[in-house]
Write a protein that binds this ligand. Structure first.
Ligand SMILES: [Zn+2]
Length: 233
C-alpha cells in the first residue's frame, strides 16, 4: 500500500485531474474576478455531474466568448489580465476534455489546452532582421509559461486548486518581464518599453516590419515555423 502511495504521489505517474477538480478551479477563478453569472453555472457541476455541461461551449454569447478584463467590469488588476485569460482558456479546455474523456494525466491535460498563446510574440524587421519585444509581450508569454507549469505541478502533486491559487497570488508582471527579458536578449531579441507597432525599424529605418513569434525551450527563444521569411537571408 505504501509503495502504491509513493508511486502515485512521489513520481506522479498515476496522478490525474478529474472533471470536478477542473470545475472547482475554474469556479474559483470566476469567483475571484467577480464573474458571478458563469461562476453560478460552474457551481452546479462541482459535484462531478457532466450532464449538459458542454452545452455552454459554442454559439453566440457562449462561455468561450468570455474575456476577463477591467473593461468588462471584472475585479482585477490590469497586470493580471493576461494571466486571468490564459488560465480561463486552459481551465475551460481541461473541463471540456475531462467531461468528455474522464480523468487526465498532466501531459494529457496540457495537450487538451492546445498551443494558443504558447509563443513569445513581438516585431521583426524583414530588411535587417532586428527583433524587439515589449513588457506586455513578455508578460503575456510569462502567463502562458507559468500556467502550463502550474497545471503540470498541480496535477502531479495532487494539489491542483492550490497550485492555481499560488500562481495567482505570486504572479508579478515586473518580475515576469525581468525573468524573460534576459532570455530574450540572449536569443538576440531586443527589449523595448515601446508597446506600439515597430515601424520604421529603429536599426535600419525600413518600414518593412512584421509580427514575429518565437518558441521557448532550454536553449532560449528560437523563431517559430509559421513566421514570414526575412529578406536577404
Ligand atoms: Zn531593420
Amino acid at each position: 500500500m505504501i509503495y502504491k502511495w509513493v508511486e502515485d504521489t512521489m513520481f506522479g505517474r498515476k496522478m490525474k485531474i478529474s472533471f470536478s477538480q477542473a470545475v472547482e478551479a475554474t469556479h474559483w477563478l470566476l469567483i475571484t474576478v467577480g464573474e458571478r453569472q458563469w461562476a453560478g453555472y460552474f457551481a452546479k457541476h462541482r459535484n462531478g455531474q457532466t450532464d449538459g455541461f458542454r452545452s455552454v461551449y459554442g454559439g453566440m454569447g457562449s462561455f468561450n466568448d468570455l474575456i476577463i478584463c477591467r473593461a468588462n467590469k471584472h475585479q482585477i488588476e490590469t497586470n493580471h489580465e493576461p494571466l486571468a485569460n490564459q488560465l480561463l482558456g486552459s481551465l475551460s479546455s481541461i473541463c471540456y476534455a475531462t467531461s468528455l474523456r474522464g480523468d487526465l494525466t498532466a501531459p494529457e491535460a496540457l495537450e487538451a489546452c492546445g498551443t494558443v498563446g504558447h509563443e513569445l510574440e513581438g516585431c521583426r524587421c524583414r530588411e535587417c532582421g532586428h527583433s524587439q519585444v515589449s513588457p506586455a509581450d513578455l508578460n503575456a508569454f510569462a502567463a502562458y509559461y507559468d500556467v502550463a507549469m502550474a497545471i503540470q505541478s498541480g496535477i502531479t502533486n495532487g494539489a491542483f486548486l492550490e497550485s492555481i491559487q499560488t500562481l495567482w497570488a505570486r504572479f508579478d508582471s515586473d518580475d515576469n518581464v525581468s525573468r524573460f527579458r534576459l532570455n530574450a536578449e540572449r536569443s538576440g531579441i531586443s527589449f523595448s518599453e515601446n508597446t506600439g507597432w515597430m515601424s520604421p525599424c529603429p536599426k535600419c529605418g525600413s518600414a518593412d516590419t512584421c509580427v514575429y513569434r518565437w518558441d521557448f525551450d532550454v536553449r532560449g527563444f528560437t523563431p517559430s515555423k509559421d513566421n514570414l521569411a526575412m529578406k536577404n537571408r
